[in-house]
Design a protein around this ligand. Sequence first.
Ligand code: CUA
Length: 328
Amino acid sequence: MGKLPLFPEQASTIAPDVDHLLYFLMAVAVFFTLLIFTSILYFAIRYRRRSEHELPRVFHTGLTLEIVWSVIPFGLTMIMFTWGADIFFRESRPPNGALDIYVVGKQWMWKLQHMEGRREINELHVPMGRAIRLTMTSEDVIHSFFVPDFRVKQDVVPGRYSTLWFQPTKPGRYHLFCAEYCGTKHSGMIGWVYVMEPQEYQEWLSGGGAQGSLADAGHKLFEDLACTNCHKQDGSGRCPPLAGLFGQTIQLAGGGSVKFDEAYIRESILQPTAKVAAGYQPIMPTFQGLVTEEGILQLIEYIKSIGPKPATVAVPGAQNGNSTPRNR
Ligand code: CUA
């Protein structure tokens, strides 16, 4: 089917599965369409009115027929449902160890950042055979990241993170589209995904100037925005030390808890008083307008990178139960 221009290339692990389901749906649709149309034609001829005064006979169908035409469509739709749900679940759950890449959509371009620090616009370079996880957000309106050859599409929504993953199986160049109407130049919001051999990808990554990793950029931003004044690593600041918090569940002032993840970090930067950590005062100012979506992603990557402190290093005051009230 790959040669038929009707179908995009199958260039990811999920692509053949999606296509098989599509072929099944098409086969069912074609079968019943033909069945219905030929039946209509047949009955129209077979039971045509033969004279002006002919009255039709009344038919009473049996229970068996009712059951048969209920059970068969039910079975078929259940096959479609379970098959589709299986693909949907696999497509929604990125495997562990996936390569993280950050995407920011903007009228009318795609901005992409690699962990190692390389940044691209409307082009995405990825290694072949590796699961790639995109964490995406938008600076303005809703966009949608769509690569037909990978059979993946995901909305990119302002104010939140959505994820998309795929595992490319063939080196080459694949079209990237915006699949959500987003303004005048929506149709121009396109680009290319380059799938490279792992070796080639490594060479590509190390090229393009020494910009430092995403976490480094985040670290610099963290200092430029003076976050360090309050979020002191040793816990002596008025805000919580952030090392090792990523992925944890933290308690909130006023009860409840929240997972310390990308969405929570983003919210805390833009609306700091929305969910304040227990034991701290809501004194953090908002950074709305001071930091771009890309900057927030860099900060997230920095906060992720400052993993838990080695257990051997005892830091007084860093644990909870500290009596002096501090701020997040
Ligand atoms: Cu972005 Cu359409």
